[in-house]
Write a protein that binds this ligand. Sequence first.
Ligand SMILES: *Cc1c(COP(=O)(O)O)cnc(C)c1O
Length: 375
Amino acid sequence: MINFNVPPFTGREYEYIKQAVDAQKICGDGQFTKKCNEWIEKKTGCAKALLTTSCTHATELAALLADIKLGDEVIMPSYTFCSTADAFVLRGATVVFVDIRPDTMNMDETLIEDAITDKTRAIVPVHYAGVSCEMDTIMDIAKRHDLFVIEDAAQGIMSEYKGQALGAIGDFGCFSFHETKNFSMGEGGAILLKDEKFVENAEIFREKGTDRSKYYRGQVDKYRWQDFGSSYLPSELNAAYLWAQLELAKEITDDRLNTWNMYRENLSHLEEDGKIELQKIPEYCKHNAHMFYIKLKDIDERTRFIDHMKANDILTVFHYVPLHSAPAGLKYCRFNGEDKYTTRESERLVRLPLYYGLKKEQTQYICEKVEEFFK
Ligand SMILES: *Cc1c(COP(=O)(O)O)cnc(C)c1O
């Protein structure tokens, strides 16, 4: 059986977890969290990165920092994971969806301005499959309308838009280190802050509303309850697991890119024959091989395709039933404009297995079985 995903593991994880245990520091913000934070800052150029318990929580933290309140509106694509919307719905905001572009499955930047009202507070671009949204346009709209940009870069670590790291372009960026992402800590994530001025509040909200971060740095002799907050910091055990992968980030990414390129080379003739569509990577975007997907004719063909692959011991999956059609979407959200591509394209898309350590022979075998389906 070829699984759809296998959590990343480099072999150094045990040693680092042991070090955390031996140091008798297993709660949050120890040496491994610090190493991971600094690695992200260096890699992306953001002013500050803080590990969190998930990307969902990083997005909640961003919503708190942007002071999103009851009655505010936030613009995002409907083709995304529910976490993107959850963070804002929890604040009492209304989520306003715009349609996606069929080439990248990202929000169509030309539709954003029409969705802006006097209640709009933020734009939330989702970099699907680690392929960047059209950030120049989005940042320009945000600037003109005085809106926050909160990047859902859950899938975008190591990807770039015109040389800038995803997650560090908007005011706030959110990474995921869930076991299905390129680098993992089991459950976990990070928030990236572009501007120093948010660091103090971010630290307070993340540490139950206290200034414990300042206390750790010796800047205050006692920490106290300063403001509202929650517990968004992960355990050192999780951070130790993650550090083993961030250290080998290039090796992991190259391995994934090799698989991605092999899929592309082997399957491009099916696209030339008009049988499938392959992922489009705009030339200004450097991607991280988070995902390899193909698009079929329609939902029926996709169902038959998934069954065919399963019969050959290969697990392929689709995802994101558009949020606007989900029960919570009907309650908390509205779709601005026409759903021209969101539903149609989401029903055609299927993801092939892609993970660190997937063998060449396995990729070859998967390609043969994809070809067999179209014979
Ligand atoms: C995985 C993912 C999330 C959620 O990440 P968690 O770390 O599991 O909270 C949010 N948005 C997108 C686009 C994702 O792919």
